[in-house]
Unconditional design. Sequence first.
Length: 370
Amino acid sequence: MKKALITGITGQDGAYLADLLLEKGYEVHGIKRRSSLFNTDRIDHLYQDPHEENIRFKLHYGDLSDSTNIIRIIQQVQPDEIYNLGAMSHVKVSFDTPEYTANADGIGTLRILEAVRLLGLTEKTKIYQASTSELYGLVQAVPQSETTPFYPRSPYAVAKLYAYWITVNYREAYNMYACNGILFNHESPLRGETFVTRKITRGAAKIAMGLQDKLFLGNLDARRDWGHAKDYVEAMYLILQQEKPEDYVIATGVTTTVRDFVKMAFAEAGIQLEFTGEGVHEKGIVKSCTNPDYILETGKEIVAVDPRYFRPTEVDLLIGDPTKSMTQLGWQPKYDLPALVKEMMEADLNHFAQEKMLQEAGYRVKNQFE
Ligand code: NDP
Ligand code: GDR
């Protein structure tokens, strides 16, 4: 039985990847951080009682900032494959916590590679590094492929640049099977609540149900190549099943503005939006509302721009060229953007319908931080 170790198993991608590898018959180990509240919501369905025999899913406490802990876990697990997905993954937050981001995202990757080397596992253990389209940053050329130059635009992207190159260097220096998947944005109903797509689908669902008045967003002109996380974890797996270790771009090849994503999300709830005004004065107003369950007056302003969400340096345009992964890996995404938006909206409408009932029945107070 193959063994996989996933860092970042409690995150969006970690959860989908754990599902996939368990389905494929792997024994799956994950590293989770200690937190004051349970942080395993996304993987609770995978729990197996450690007192039972033949457990195929195991969690270990750990942190990418702790070398000895990483070495101990890798020594104990002796994994065939390591998927290094753990990271402080929020671009905007990395401007607030740049040193921590460099430690976890940059040096954390070195700690994994070095542990494998120190433990003499270079021939046994394959390593996947979660690289990102944020490496391209300031547009040099489009669509972005494996040969497009990098120009990172945030502490997050700079930390990930180090991680990218140290992965390449360990592959070349020590003949390790270590690869970068350069993944463009990928989303799902499990996406963290403060990334723009999930913030939009949650906001649209709450506004439709009368639980929120307005959605405040930052740069509506930013363009992203959005895919579905479920498709993208398949690519991670495929990258580690090749004869030779190489780096791959994973993307859909379609780019969309944040503004258009907002329109698509509200349309799923039967609310047509139009945008008026420019820059910080741009507003999204209700053009029509055809869903009888959600009554919103025409002309009501429900989306506004708040400069607090602007980034000191922005990445304006991402559009990936997935030719290499499609031809060499045979990777093919199953979801397009409309299917992704539909699935995310269905999940959030369903979630907030329940939340509304609980609030109305007095079982739950409104969370002011949401
Ligand atoms: P999430 O933010 O959903 O998950 C990040 C995971 O990393 C969580 O499990 C988190 O734990 C864990 N983590 C954070 N800091 C540490 C640390 N110091 N030590 C150990 N674990 C840590 O990210 P995604 O699932 O969306 O992304 C997975 C990886 O892919 C990340 O590295 C991200 O940078 C990268 N990436 C993501 C893309 C995307 O569009 N989603 C695109 C390209 C790359 P906790 O739950 O406790 O916070
Ligand atoms: P990104 O994702 O920075 O691309 O990083 P995010 O969803 O945060 O932003 C995408 C774009 O939307 C604009 N935007 C807003 N973003 C957020 N979060 N909140 C807002 O209110 C808002 N309004 C507009 C942003 O300015 C940006 O242009 C994600 C992460 O998953 C990284 O870890 C990963 O490496 C990259 O995708 C690929």
